[in-house]
Design a protein around this ligand. Structure first.
Ligand code: SAH
Length: 342
């Protein structure tokens, strides 16, 4: 199998360029990472070498479709990987930042009820290079603006693919110049992964997708809760906050009459306050496999105000790209959906 360009390590590149002048490997490495060029675009290389590299290092992502929304400010790609698996990536332009949301797995095994990827099931882990290349493509598409933020909130559970995700993080930070503070991993609550993250030296952000703060309710919405119940998750979060001194975020998809009542806000505050966590409220986006509606805009505002009264900072997250199924929880490659849905 041909390696994905961004799965190649520095030594492998040296080997690939064996016989070339010593400076070539650094030139190609910088071309791929710092300048985000495809081999064919590296015009500072002799043409035969360029051609050889283009042949040896074809892209890992093949564009199946590319759609845009929000007047071009949101772009969603569907990519095919070498084995036919498909994943999606979303690029979002904001006035003050440019953010890409990347997938870390093809499909997802976490089976959260209301999430389109979870409804489709798990296919396979992405390699580090497949994750990095999503960012590289977004950087290219963002030009002339500079991509500033990466959120690991696309398809898949990042902490269930820890080693590859972390190797992607290191590449983005060390070679592509992204600040660790602008990288955010989002997890449904994979407790061993949170403990590992607490011990890492790069200060990336952590977001925990909570959605319910009592075990009975969370067991249903987020089945992984049966394995790592709230008390265990809270301990892991406390460890992370203590070890990193980073502020934790909690994600809460607002679901009509399911988790948007006063008692839900009280339970959430009880979980979030001791951790000093910031809560992001995401109005539920519709998905084919979950018939419940999102909360009304008014209920979302009231819930936020209630959290503030209870001493918890909360913001309502703007939804982007809903009309092209690019919003939170809507990512599901159509082929995957057709094949794996019940
Ligand atoms: N597996 C990771 C990252 C991917 S999901 C995680 O769960 O955190 C990114 C975010 O979108 C999570 O907070 C997830 O709970 C949320 N989400 C999933 N489905 C959604 C939906 N239908 N509407 C709104 N948010 C949703």
């Amino acid at each position: 199998m041909v390696p994905a360009p961004y799965d190649l390590g520095r030594e492998e590149l040296d080997r690939l360029l064996d016989g070339q002048p010593g400076f070539r490997a650094r030139q190609v490495w910088e071309g791929l990472h710092a300048r985000v060029l495809r081999p064919a675009e590296m015009t500072d290389l002799p043409a035969p070498l360029r051609a050889l590299l283009a042949e040896a290092l074809p892209p890992a992502l093949e564009e199946v479709s590319r759609r845009s929304a929000d007047e071009g400010q949101t772009i969603k790609w569907l990519w095919a990987l070498h084995d036919g698996a498909q994943v999606e990536t979303v690029l979002m332009h904001y006035p003050d930042r440019v953010t890409v949301c990347v997938s870390t797995q093809a499909g997802c095994a976490m089976a959260c009820q209301f999430c389109a990827t979870g409804q489709a099931g798990f296919q396979r882990q992405l390699s580090a290079g497949e994750i990095v290349e999503q960012v590289a493509e977004a950087m290219r598409a963002a030009r002339p603006r500079r991509l500033s933020n990466v959120v690991f909130m696309g398809m898949g559970e990042p902490l269930a693919n820890y080693d590859r995700v972390w190797s992607a993080v290191r590449r983005l930070h060390g070679d592509m110049g992204l600040s660790a503070r602008h990288l955010t991993l989002s997890t449904v609550g994979v407790v061993p992964g949170i403990h590992r993250l607490a011990a890492e030296s790069l200060p990336v952000n952590l977001a925990v997708s909570l959605h319910a703060a009592n075990d009975e309710k969370r067991d249903i919405l987020v089945p992984l809760n049966r394995r790592y119940p709230l008390s265990v998750l809270a301990d892991a979060c406390a460890h992370y906050v203590e070890a990193t001194r980073r502020r934790l975020s909690i994600e809460w998809a607002m679901i009509h009459d399911v988790n948007d009542q006063g008692s839900d806000a009280v339970e959430l505050a009880h979980f979030a306050r001791p951790l000093g966590a910031h809560v992001n409220l995401i109005p539920l986006n519709p998905t084919p496999g979950y018939a419940v509606r999102g909360s009304t805009a008014r209920r979302v505002r009231e819930f936020r105000d209630q959290l503030e009264t209870l001493g918890v900072n909360a913001t309502v997250r703007m939804t982007r790209g809903a009309e092209i199924d690019a919003a939170c929880g809507q990512l599901a490659a159509s082929v995957t959906r057709g094949r794996l849905s019940p």
